[in-house]
Each structure stands twice: as structure tokens, then as C-alpha cells.
Design a protein around this ligand. Structure first.
Ligand code: OXD
Ligand code: MN
Length: 595
């Protein structure tokens, strides 16, 4: 398969450790993947869905104890704890290898080990990187085939001597007490054991493309970010690209696949999706920041996805898709989840495998699909996939957008004063839980750049790296913005319609990038003048727009000072490693708020 001695030596070591019965190389050949689909169907690991309605689609159920990423069992094993920083779990690398070595010993006895060479990024791109995942799960092979570019091409990329990220996954007994997702950034190595859930086992995604890649990116002078990438095409046919980082459940996939409101569609505006979750960014020869989506598919949350909320995501799942932990409609072998439509199938199997009358079951408040049930869909299925999706250079970025769920604090949109201030805006990003429980006001969780669970090294150093990148990019750096689609009024109602109407805000952002619109300078940055966000066709008046854009200094001071979640308290965790520029930005904000 390959003459690359680094691959062969590692493979022998891993074989000696996990002791599989057989070893099968995944070549990328469709006939081989078809055989694996047949084998997994015969064993019950996957179920084939309706051939007419969902051609090439399969269904899979994970263990009930294994339905999400496990952040408390995710480790960054840098040589020192300081390098991993205060918000990552850390283990000494030697101890981790030794402890996990015992768990892996013989873990694949009686199983076949699949060797999956894969590319993160476009084949032929100088910015693509290769990983090899060893796994005893056909489900993993089939998902990796959708999410990455698998097969011999990856071996071709590394040639006889190139490096790769070493990924080892064994299902073992899916024992949650011995489940570990462990990263060794200095060795480009990932070890995952006792899980079968996507985010823990599709090692190209969060483990490689974010945690390991963020550490590589720092060493090599680029950035690996938890960001969507989209293009906005104007009526003249010019396309401008933006990246956006939002924490989970803040609408990243929805924004990436947005359908413009009618008045803009009629003028000829379009949105093109380049990526919905991860962006690799680097400085191009022209000095600008360029972004590439390292993935080839979408691993999207199913519940809440409907024709209305995200038509393009739903369309993407109509063929060659794997559904995990949704509900089955036994009458026609299709799938269902909460929020798809108002008609739960009567003859259903819920996500844990029990046959139920779906109508009665959901009427009693039960959920047919797990709230974190997923679709794994090829990006090529997406009706609005960008024609630059396969461009080996990626796309040039005009704006970076941070966002969170803030009922009160952040206005609908504002622009940072410059890259350093924008880095501070990202570093202090937070999202609030809704005030559903009695007495509870939104609980703020800090999630810097939406990377809290994904930075492969000390977050303070990661901010330092952002500042470095800004210095390199100089005045060609993208402008940095913050949005908040989730502001609420005094009746606890959302004030902004969100979804496609977010395009109205994107246009203000792009106009700012091109100096086409003025803005008001405030304590926190530049805020739109009320008339500069188009509200044609919306059920919103000027007064609401004013409120959406208002800055209440009291809330901002609380955000800095709060005893448990405030910025000061958060920054203090990082001690001396906190870049001085972040301290400067904090005191500027404090001074501005005092005025
Ligand atoms: C996530 C995901 O958990 O994209 O952020 O799956
Ligand atoms: Mn994500």
C-alpha cells in the first residue's frame, strides 16, 4: 500500500498493541465501501433506508450511554500542564500512553482493523494535511468516507517520507468509565477508546482538524478555527467571503446555508456555503487571510432541521447520508426527528430501539430522536455548495464574525476597532442559558472563539497566536465583528427574527468592510445607525431596532465584574500567560464604559 516507513513502523506497533484478527486498508474504491455497507447491514450495525426516498442512506444507533462528545474525558497531553492551560484536561504523556496502552492491549482481538488514510482539505492543495485512522468500526469507515477524502490518494500525498497524524480508535466495550479521547499534540497522535459516537471517533474532525491542527497551526503560522465559511454574492456577481465562530446551538449550520429574504433574492443576492464547522486559515501570497474547509461533509444536528429552518441542510441529507440516533419510520423506512415536521410516524422506532406509536409517544413529552442525533451528509449534496469548495487555495476572507447567545448584553451587531480589539471580542465571547428555570437569569459561559472544547494548547497562548497573525496581516486583516441573534425584550421574547433575515446584518458587515457605510463609535466598538440595517418586509419597527442596537453600560460592567463568570475572573485563570494586549483591551473597555 505504501513504502512510507513511518506509516509501516507505526502500523506494526499498533497491530502488536491491539492485536486485530485482520487488517484491511481502505483504498477509497467504491466497490470496497459497498462491500463494507453490505457487511455492516448483515451484522445489524447499520440499517439500509428506503431506496427510492433516501437512496444510499443508512441508519445507525449508538449505545445509550454514548451519544455526545465527552469533554470531561477529553485530554490534551502536552509535556507540561502549563502548555495545555487551565481550561483543558491534562495528563502527563508518558502516564497517558502507559494507562491507555493497558486498555488498548488486545482491544481488537476478534475484530478487523481498518486502516483509513485520509486527507483533511482539498486533494492537491498545499494546505491539506493527512491523517491515518485505525479503527475496528465499519460505521467509522463509512462516516470518514463522507466527512474526509479517504483512500490511496492520501498515501500519495505523504509519499515515501511524509508525515501524518496518527489516529487510533477502538470501540472496546463502550464502557463510559474507561472512555478516553486523548491528544498528544507534540506527537501528532490521537487515541480514542470505548466510544462509537461521531465527535469522539471520527478523528479527522474535532480531534485532528481543531485540537491537533490548532497546535500545528501555531507552530507553522496559520490558524485552525471552529468557524463556518460562507460567500455572499451581490447582484453584480461579486462574491465576498466571511467566517463565523459561534458556540453550539447558536446557528452555525443555519447561517452557513442561509436563504436570503425575498427582497434580496429578487435583487439577485445569493449565499454560497464553503463550510459549516471548521476553517483552516492562512495568509495568502496577496497578504490577505484565506480560508479552506478541511472537511468534505456535514455532521449536523438533526433535531430542529426542517424545510423552513434550513432547507439546504435538509436537502443535503436526501441521499448517501448516514443518520445516527434519529427515529425510524417503520412503514416506509424513512427517518424522523423533532422539528422535522408536525407528523411523527405512528409506527416508529425511537432512537434507543423501542417500537412505539410516535404520535402518542411524542404527545406525552417523550423525544423520538436523541437531541444530539445527527446526519452525516456529503457536502456535494448541498444545493448552495460554493463552486470554490474544491479550490485548493480556499477563499479570501473579508470579515470574521463572532457570536453568542446574549439575552441582554451584546447588540445585534457591532464591529471591533481593529484586530487586537477583535481578538479581545473573541476571547471574551460568551453564551447564556435561557431564563427558563424559576428565578434564573441567563447563566453566562465563556467560550472564547467557540474554541473552549477544541484548543489543543493553552488558551492564553492561542490568543497570543491570534495577535501574532494580526500583526502579520496588518491592514489586510479581515475586519472583526460580533453578532447576537438572541437578544430578548422585557417579555422574554426574541427581538430579531434570525435565520434568513440574518442576511440583513451580513450586508451591513460587508458594507463596513468596503467603507460603504458609516457607524457610531461607542464604548464597545462601532454600532450601526438604525437606518443602516434594512427592515423592509419585517414585522419590526424602528424602536425595536434601536433597542436591538442599544448598549446598556450596566450589563457590560456586570459582564466584566461578575463574581463567577465575569471577564476579570476568567482572565485571572490564565495568570501571567494572558497576553498584555488582552489586559490593555480590558482596561480600555472599562474606561470607555465609565465615560
Ligand atoms: C460540535 C459539532 O459539537 O460540530 O461542535 O459536532
Ligand atoms: Mn462544531
Amino acid at each position: 500500500m505504501t513504502k512510507n516507513q513511518k506509516v509501516l513502523t507505526w502500523l506494526e506497533e499498533m497491530k502488536a498493541l491491539v492485536k486485530p484478527d485482520n487488517v484491511v486498508w481502505i483504498t477509497g474504491d467504491q466497490a470496497q465501501l459497498d462491500e463494507l455497507r453490505k457487511e455492516a447491514t448483515a451484522s445489524g450495525e447499520i440499517i439500509e433506508l428506503n431506496k427510492e426516498k433516501l437512496p444510499g442512506c443508512y441508519y445507525h444507533r449508538t449505545a445509550v450511554n454514548d451519544v455526545a462528545r465527552v469533554e470531561d474525558r477529553t485530554f490534551i497531553c502536552t509535556p507540561t500542564k502549563e502548555e495545555a492551560g487551565p481550561i483543558n484536561n491534562w495528563m502527563d504523556p508518558k502516564e497517558a500512553y502507559s494507562m491507555l496502552g493497558k486498555l488498548y492491549d488486545g482491544a481488537m482481538k476478534g475484530h478487523t482493523m481498518y486502516v483509513i488514510p485520509y486527507i483533511m482539505g482539498v486533494y492537491g492543495s498545499p494546505f491539506a494535511k493527512v491523517g491515518i485512522e485505525l479503527t475496528d468500526s465499519i460505521y467509522v469507515v463509512l462516516n470518514m468516507d463522507i466527512m474526509t477524502r479517504v483512500g490511496n490518494k492520501a498515501l500519495e500525498v505523504i509519499g515515501d517520507d511524509g508525515d501524518f497524524v496518527k489516529c487510533l480508535h477502538a470501540k472496546k466495550d463502550i464502557n463510559p468509565d474507561e472512555r478516553y479521547i486523548v491528544h498528544f499534540p507534540q506527537d501528532n497522535t490521537i487515541w480514542s477508546i470505548n466510544s462509537g459516537y461521531g465527535g469522539n471517533v471520527l478523528l479527522g474532525k474535532k480531534c485532528f482538524a481543531l485540537r491537533i491542527a490548532s497546535a500545528m497551526a501555531r507552530r507553522e503560522g496559520w490558524m485552525a478555527e471552529h468557524m463556518l465559511i460562507l460567500g455572499v454574492e451581490n447582484p453584480k456577481g461579486e462574491v465576498k467571503y466571511v467566517c463565523a465562530a459561534f458556540p453550539s446551538a447558536c446557528g452555525k449550520t443555519n447561517l452557513a446555508m442561509l436563504i436570503p429574504p425575498e427582497y434580496l433574492k429578487q435583487q439577485g443576492y445569493k449565499v454560497w456555503t464553503v463550510g459549516d464547522d471548521i476553517a483552516w486559515l492562512r495568509m495568502g501570497e496577496d497578504g490577505r487571510l484565506w480560508a479552506m474547509n478541511p472537511e468534505a461533509g456535514f455532521f449536523g444536528v438533526a433535531p430542529g432541521t426542517s424545510e423552513k429552518t434550513n432547507f439546504n441542510a435538509l436537502e443535503s441529507t436526501k441521499k448517501n447520508t448516514i443518520f445516527t440516533n434519529v427515529a425510524l419510520n417503520n412503514d416506509d423506512m424513512t427517518v424522523w426527528w423533532e422539528g422535522l415536521d408536525k407528523n411523527p410516524p405512528e409506527n416508529a422506532t425511537e432512537w434507543m430501539g423501542a417500537k412505539v406509536n410516535g404520535k402518542e409517544y411524542t404527545a406525552s413529552g417523550n423525544k423520538l430522536a436523541n437531541p444530539n442525533s445527527r446526519f452525516t451528509a456529503p457536502a456535494s449534496n448541498c444545493p448552495c455548495i460554493s463552486k470554490e469548495f474544491e479550490n485548493p487555495q480556499g477563499v479570501p476572507i473579508s470579515a470574521i464574525i463572532f457570536g453568542g447567545r446574549r439575552a441582554k448584553c451584546a447588540p445585534l451587531v457591532y464591529q471591533s476597532r481593529n484586530w487586537q480589539h477583535g481578538t479581545f471580542v473573541g476571547a471574551t465571547m460568551a453564551s447564556e442559558t435561557t431564563a427558563a428555570a424559576a428565578g434564573a437569569v441567563g447563566v453566562v459561559r465563556r467560550d472564547p472563539m467557540a474554541m473552549k472544547p477544541f484548543a489543543g494548547y493553552n488558551m492564553a497562548d492561542y490568543w497570543g497566536h491570534w495577535l501574532e497573525m494580526g500583526k502579520k496581516l496588518g491592514d489586510k486583516a479581515p475586519k472583526i465583528f460580533h453578532v447576537n441573534w438572541f437578544r430578548k425584550d422585557e417579555n422574554d421574547e426574541f427581538m430579531w427574527p434570525g435565520f434568513g433575515d440574518n442576511m440583513r446584518v451580513l450586508l451591513w458587515i460587508l458594507n463596513r468592510c468596503e467603507n460603504k457605510v458609516e457607524a457610531e463609535e461607542t464604548a464597545i466598538g462601532y454600532v450601526p445607525y438604525v437606518d443602516d440595517i434594512n427592515i423592509e418586509g419585517l414585522n419590526i419597527d424602528k424602536k425595536t431596532m434601536k433597542d436591538l442596537l442599544a448598549i446598556d453600560k450596566k450589563h457590560w460592567i456586570e459582564d466584566i465584574e461578575d463574581d463567577s463568570t465575569g471577564i476579570k475572573k476568567y482572565f485571572a485563570k490564565f495568570g501571567d500567560r494572558l497576553p498584555k494586549e488582552m489586559k490593555e483591551e480590558l482596561s480600555t473597555l472599562e474606561k470607555n464604559l465609565e465615560k
